[in-house]
Design a protein around this ligand. Structure first.
Ligand code: SF4
Length: 225
């Protein structure tokens, strides 16, 4: 179903963002008809099984379950965070809880609900006490994410938060300097934005996150960034 202007305004207001839309992108979801959900292929099944049984790093010992990722296997948008937290580990789904709800609201505001995008993390298992991923863990797990990116082949990747952005772009530049410009992962354009958990703590940054989503939307829709 197409988003109405009213719905979009409601989302933005829910985020605490003053409604502002660039003139040439007044409709973030132009002409996209409702489509049947894409079916996953045998490649996806094999990948899903490999992740579920993975013991490549020691996080397999403390996880409740792996968190593979959710969404459409042929999504235009791929959202990548760092690793599952406690709630994600319990539920087997990335970005749940308050931060996940905020991310969902942000994505819906640009016409990319969780069912249309593909949402995943770099690590598929929860690091204990929500510590940052260790280099050897992200190296061990990276192949799964790379295969997911290959299978989804998105038009845009949104790297969410410092850890995901720095790991994906192999840099230690602060997220505040990575956001606001276009990067690439191979051939795929990549935009960096703040983690929704950070936005919950620093609501004044939501406006910048909205700008990041607008940049991603322009790129995904084929306009020059
Ligand atoms: S974090 Fe990744 S590499 Fe480590 S056990 Fe989990 S799925 Fe395997």
């Amino acid at each position: 179903m197409h988003q109405t202007e009213e719905q979009r305004r409601a989302y933005l207001e829910a985020l605490g963002i003053d409604v502002w839309l660039p003139r040439d992108h007044a409709d973030p979801d132009p002409g996209i008809a409702e489509v049947a959900p894409a079916q996953e292929s045998p490649d996806w099944d094999a990948l899903r099984e490999a992740v579920a049984a993975c013991t490549r790093c020691s996080l397999c010992e403390s996880r409740t379950q792996t968190v593979f990722g959710v969404g459409s296997p042929d999504a235009d948008w791929m959202i990548i965070g760092e690793a599952p937290g406690a709630e994600e580990d319990r539920r087997g789904e990335p970005f749940v809880g308050r931060a996940g709800k905020l991310l969902d609201e942000m994505l819906r505001a640009v016409g990319q609900g969780r069912d249309r995008a593909f949402v995943a993390n770099i690590l598929k298992c929860r690091p204990p006490n929500n510590r940052d991923p260790k280099a050897e863990e992200s190296a061990a797990c990276r192949g799964y994410l790379e295969r997911q990116i290959e299978l989804v082949n998105p038009r845009i990747i949104l790297a969410v938060g410092r850890v995901a952005a720095q790991l994906l772009l192999d840099t230690d530049t602060p997220v505040g300097r990575l956001r606001g410009s276009l990067h690439h992962l191979g051939d795929i354009p990549l935009v960096v934005t703040y983690h929704p958990a950070y936005l919950l703590r620093s609501p004044s940054q939501k406006r910048k996150a909205w700008d990041d989503l607008c940049l991603a939307m322009r790129v995904a829709n084929g306009a020059k960034a």
